[in-house]
Design a binder for this molecule. Structure first.
Ligand code: SF4
Length: 157
């Protein structure tokens, strides 16, 4: 399977605080040519570093249907940048023919399972994750990647 992956999981310093969340299984997928790393928030035109952001009133699925917003710590709405980033990230996933997405949990863009809504960590999707899911891409947390047995794993699909 081919994947689009959160760039910070591949070791790119694109997080809001200029850090990364390198995951060795994700790096292995990139090295093997099976994964394309990208950052939806940078694709949406946001700078690095940038203020952290969270949802108001609902998760990424609610943002896609116009029922929720994304705001940064100062209360400034950044929904348009998150939507633009989600669209560009999904465009890249399609160009790469990705059938799966390995995404950073708790991110308002990438979160595949849990995100912060009105100050609380809840079940939900980031904006880019929600759009990918709507396009039929399977969402996977890094912990859901299987580590290949020693000496194997270089020949899988
Ligand atoms: S938007 Fe996604 S790829 Fe970019 S820093 Fe946040 S979690 Fe990582």
């Amino acid at each position: 399977m081919r994947y689009i992956v959160s760039a910070c999981l591949a070791g790119v310093s694109c997080r809001y605080n200029s850090g990364h969340s390198r995951n060795e299984e994700v790096v292995r997928l990139v090295r093997e040519g099976k994964a394309l790393p990208a950052c939806p928030e940078q694709l949406g035109g946001l700078p690095t570093p940038r203020p952290p952001a969270e949802f108001r009133k609902g998760d990424g699925r609610a943002v896609l249907s116009g029922r929720a917003d994304v705001a940064d710590g100062s209360g400034r709405t950044v929904t348009d940048s998150f939507l633009k980033g989600a669209i560009e990230f999904t465009r890249l996933a399609k160009a790469f023919r990705a059938k799966g997405a390995v995404l950073k949990d708790r991110s308002p863009s990438c979160g595949p399972r849990r995100v912060y809504i009105d100050g609380h960590l809840r079940g939900g999707r980031g904006v880019a994750a929600a759009l990918l899911e709507a396009e039929g891409v399977k969402l996977i947390s890094p912990s859901g990647l299987k580590r290949p047995p020693a000496g194997q794993g270089r020949s899988g699909k």
